[in-house]
Design a protein around this ligand. Structure first.
Ligand code: NIG
Ligand code: FE
Length: 411
């Protein structure tokens, strides 16, 4: 099965160097080819180059991309796509003046979603979640991480992770699963944190490991949620089962959580709306990818990750959606890229690097995803005719995607 894409106006993120991530000044560079072709064989990028070297198209399915831009699909390394119902009432409560924290302290927020999830059957949860997965695939996402964390009971967490597994089996998209039992303390454990952490470590983790349901472990390391010490217990337990950490940290407060994550060799630290100079120093020279979630900042009106300061300090940065019912009910990666440009002053080149190759790194997928490289998976976005790729973030409300190719097939 071959597909030849011809007359591509601009082929973006072309990397023969096999790099895994880009950092600091290198983020400003987006290698590209003008007037290009790209050949797909089965689900792999087999070849590409400029049109004068284009192979003979006879007998091959051909897509004429005259005037169009082709780029690797988005790599969304942080989502909570599997959830039940919605939190529209909390959205209106915030409009009427309540903050995210106030809603949570009244039993809303994560606990509200957990109640709904535990009342929803596995089949219904699967059906609700696959609608969102199909939507983000049409919006150009070609690899995605999905977290548990709205069960907060043994059965609820397993139900979420089984739904993630089923999505992985049924859709042509790479999916990584993250166990987030430490998302919030259920009401009955409010005064007894260690008992809930015991439940996570002694009841949830062994079952999850036995059924091979998770790739990573996460916790909401935040004032009022999981402390540094509590998160360290979680990371330590995850490590015993081979689950590397990807941690929610520094969303509202900086309490030296990043330092603890780096100590545990976390694959990523995510949110980072509040970042101190010490946090930046701690991240320098490590393998931990900082991940910003700008549409979360947009939706609940909190600060944006200080991307300029971090990039200028030489750090890498990835961008992800955080698609979830409470703080970001959107999985639109183009909107994330646009918001990063508009609100975080990232250039289009930096934002596209952050949403492709660096996103892939934050899921341990940069050997197969995140760039136009021979041998990588054929996950591509073919845009409508564009004046330049600046139009993607500039026309932030437009859907400029013409065709999505997932694992070598037009979807
Ligand atoms: O990444 N901050 C923690 N967790 C989620 C949102 C949880 C919720 O409100 O449902 C996030 O923003
Ligand atoms: Fe999140």
């Amino acid at each position: 099965m071959k597909i030849l894409i011809t007359n591509i106006k601009e082929l973006l993120q072309v990397r023969e160097d096999g790099i895994e991530k880009v950092s600091g000044k290198d983020m400003a560079v987006l290698p590209s080819l003008q007037n290009a072709y790209l050949l797909i064989e089965n689900n792999i990028i087999a070849d590409y180059g400029t049109m004068e070297n284009c192979p003979n198209a006879s007998g091959i399915q051909t897509i004429d991309a005259t005037g169009k831009t082709v780029l690797p699909s988005w790599c969304d390394s942080h989502t909570h796509i599997v959830y039940a119902g919605n939190r529209e009432q909390e959205f209106v409560d915030r409009i009427n003046g309540l903050s995210y924290e106030e809603i949570a302290s009244r039993g809303g927020g994560i606990l509200n979603s957990a109640k709904k999830l535990n009342e929803t059957s596995e089949e219904d949860l699967y059906l609700q979640s696959r609608t969102r997965l199909e939507e983000v695939m049409q919006q150009g996402t070609g690899a995605v991480e999905i977290k548990s964390g709205y069960g907060l009971t043994v059965e609820g967490e397993l139900k979420m992770l089984r739904v993630i597994k089923r999505l992985r089996e049924e859709y042509p998209i790479a999916i990584k699963a993250t166990f987030l039992g430490a998302h919030a303390f259920p009401a009955e454990y409010k005064e007894n944190h260690s008992a809930y952490i015991d439940l996570i470590i002694n009841e949830m983790l062994p079952k999850i490991a036995e059924e091979k349901l998770a790739d990573y472990i996460d916790a909401f390391l935040e004032t009022g949620y999981f402390s540094v010490e509590e998160t360290e217990r979680i990371m330590e337990a995850g490590k015993k089962y081979g689950l590397q950490a990807k941690i929610h940290v520094n969303q509202f407060t900086a309490i030296k959580g990043i330092e603890a994550c780096v100590k545990y060799d976390a694959l990523s630290v995510d949110h980072l709306e509040i970042v101190t100079d010490e946090d930046i120093e701690v991240l320098k020279g490590t393998k931990t990818m900082p991940v910003a979630l700008p549409t979360c900042s947009f939706f609940i009106s909190i600060p944006y990750t200080p991307a300029r300061k971090m990039i200028e300090a030489g750090l890498p940065l990835a961008l992800a959606t955080d698609f979830n019912p409470g703080t970001t009910p959107s999985g639109n990666m183009n909107l994330v890229v646009a918001t990063a440009c508009i609100k975080m002053k990232m250039t289009p080149e930096e934002a596209i690097n952050a949403a492709t190759i660096n996103g892939a790194y934050a899921m341990d997928l940069s050997k197969t995803h995140g760039s136009i490289t021979k041998g990588k998976r054929a996950n591509l976005i073919i845009t409508q005719p564009l004046t330049s790729y600046y139009q993607l973030p500039y026309a932030f409300g437009s859907d400029l995607i013409d065709t999505v190719i997932a694992e070598g097939k037009v979807i």
